[in-house]
Structures are given as structure tokens and as C-alpha cells.
Design a protein around this ligand. Structure first.
Ligand code: HEM
Length: 237
């Protein structure tokens, strides 16, 4: 209907749509990614969690019965994922990835040192297994053709490790490593500051994305949990 007397009539539904904000949006895109990720935790893992416990690694970490061999399988597959991620960021097939070089969150060299320690203790380091190989292959493919989805994995992998990952490392070390603190859980510099620098960069990169691209990134979170969950499960294998 043409506007009468210069008055544009906006339907209630359109006005509602214009006001709609995505959870966390006001604080920046990282907060949106965090909101989606937190809901995919179980209630026991995090207070914002909503997911039902279905897989062994979703049971409370305090009740886990880990083995050193299973933990080594987890660390080896994790290293393959970090090697792959860090290689992609270094090569930067999509120029925005170069922003994320040398953030201080890199884990590949730390894990290399941990494997030296395990070898000194007499353990044999296994070859990577299917969860890690599958995830690494998937990340490589995504990195070339789907930057929004790739960035979702980048965020979840590094931030999960700094939060739940550290807690898991501590509990597992208490149970089977005589409290040995691995390099995997140590950062050069103040971790909270390193994380904040990466949050700022992620927020900046996402500013140039359309709402559709942002939603596509958020929709990838479930896959990130699926792949990381399969790797975590190795601790209990
Ligand atoms: C046993 C498994 C897990 C446990 C126990 C766990 C636990 C936690 C806890 C306690 C937090 C901090 C909550 C807070 O800041 O209030 C957290 C944050 C987070 N977790 Fe997990 N988590 C697990 C698995 C995962 C997985 C598989 C992913 C995704 C790959 C993930 C992604 C995240 C992210 C992105 C955050 C936000 C970190 C931040 O804001 O700095 N978590 N998790």
C-alpha cells in the first residue's frame, strides 16, 4: 500500500523483526558463539548447559575412569587437530586467517614436549586414530571453502581447551599421572589476556560478515562438539 500523506505504515511484525537481537549480539560476535556453545554442555559441565547426557565423555568428569593409554590416544589425536589448525592459520588460504597467527594459544609444540616426557616415562606414543584423522581432514576441507564454519571450529577448539579442557587435564592428572601438570595446560603469558586478544580479533573479523554468514558460523557449533566429543571419548577408551 502506498504511503498516505508521507506517513509510512510499518506493520507490528516488521517492527518486531527490526528489534530482534541475537543472544550476546550487543557484546560482539564471540559472545554469540559462546552462548550457542554453552547450551551444548550438560548441566553438570556448566550451569548454562542444556544437553542431556548421552555419551560416556558427557558423564561428570569426577566419575571418569581414565587410563594412561586412553589419555595418550586423546593427546595424539588432539595434536593432529592442533597441527592441522596451526598449519592452516600459517598458510592462510583465506587472508583473514593470518590475523590469528602467533596468538599464544597454539598447542602443537606444547604437546610435542609432553610426548617427550611420556617417552622418558617409558610409554610408547600411539599413531593418530580415526576421530582425530576425520576431524583434521574436515577442518582442512572447511578452511578452503567455508571460512565462517572454519572460524567456528577455531573458536571452539581453543576456548574449550582453556576452560573445560584445563579442568579435565587437572582431574585426569590427579587420577593417573600423580598430579603431573602437562605443557598442554600451560601458556606463555597471561591466559586471560591471550584469550581477550583473540576475542577482539574474532569480533573484528565477524563485523564484516552478513547476518546469514554469522548464523552459518553459529550453526557449525554442533559439529565442533561432535568431533571434539569423539576425541575426548578416547580418554575413556
Ligand atoms: C567434558 C567436557 C566438557 C566440560 C567439562 C566443559 C566445561 C566447561 C566449563 C566449566 C566452561 C566454563 C563455563 C564458564 O565460563 O562459566 C566451559 C566453557 C566453554 N566450553 Fe566447555 N566443556 C566440555 C566440553 C566442551 C566441548 C566439547 C566444547 C566444544 C568443542 C566446549 C566449548 C566451550 C566453550 C567455547 C566455552 C567458552 C569459553 C570461554 O568463554 O572462554 N566445551 N566448558
Amino acid at each position: 500500500m502506498p504511503p498516505r500523506n508521507g506517513v509510512v505504515v510499518v506493520s507490528a511484525a516488521t517492527a518486531e523483526k527490526a528489534r530482534k537481537r541475537y543472544p550476546g549480539e550487543a557484546k560482539g560476535f564471540v559472545e554469540e558463539m559462546r552462548f550457542v556453545a554453552m547450551k551444548l554442555h550438560t548441566r553438570d559441565q556448566a550451569k548454562e548447559g542444556e544437553k542431556e547426557v548421552k555419551e560416556p565423555e558427557e558423564r561428570p568428569v569426577t566419575k571418569w575412569e581414565p587410563s594412561v593409554d586412553g589419555y595418550l590416544r586423546f593427546l595424539v589425536d588432539s595434536k593432529l587437530v592442533y597441527d592441522t589448525l596451526e598449519g592452516i592459520i600459517e598458510e592462510a588460504p583465506i587472508p583473514i586467517y593470518a590475523e590469528f597467527r602467533n596468538t599464544g594459544l597454539e598447542r602443537s609444540e606444547k604437546l610435542e614436549k609432553d610426548f617427550e616426557w611420556f617417552k622418558e616415562q617409558g610409554y610408547t606414543i600411539p599413531e593418530p586414530s580415526s576421530p582425530g584423522i576425520t576431524y583434521a581432514q574436515y577442518l582442512k576441507e572447511l578452511s578452503e571453502k567455508d571460512p565462517q564454519a572454519f572460524i567456528c571450529h577455531f573458536y571452539n577448539i581453543y576456548f574449550a581447551h582453556s576452560a573445560g579442557g584445563r579442568m579435565i587435564g587437572k582431574k585426569v592428572a590427579e587420577k593417573i599421572l600423580d598430579n603431573k601438570e602437562l605443557e598442554f595446560y600451560k601458556w606463555d603469558g597471561e591466559l586471560s589476556q591471550l584469550l581477550q586478544n583473540v576475542r577482539d580479533k574474532l569480533n573484528k573479523v565477524a563485523e564484516s560478515w552478513t547476518r546469514e554468514e554469522k548464523n552459518h558460523c553459529l550453526d557449525e557449533t554442533e559439529k565442533s562438539f561432535k568431533h571434539s566429543g569423539e576425541i575426548l571419548r578416547l580418554i575413556l577408551s
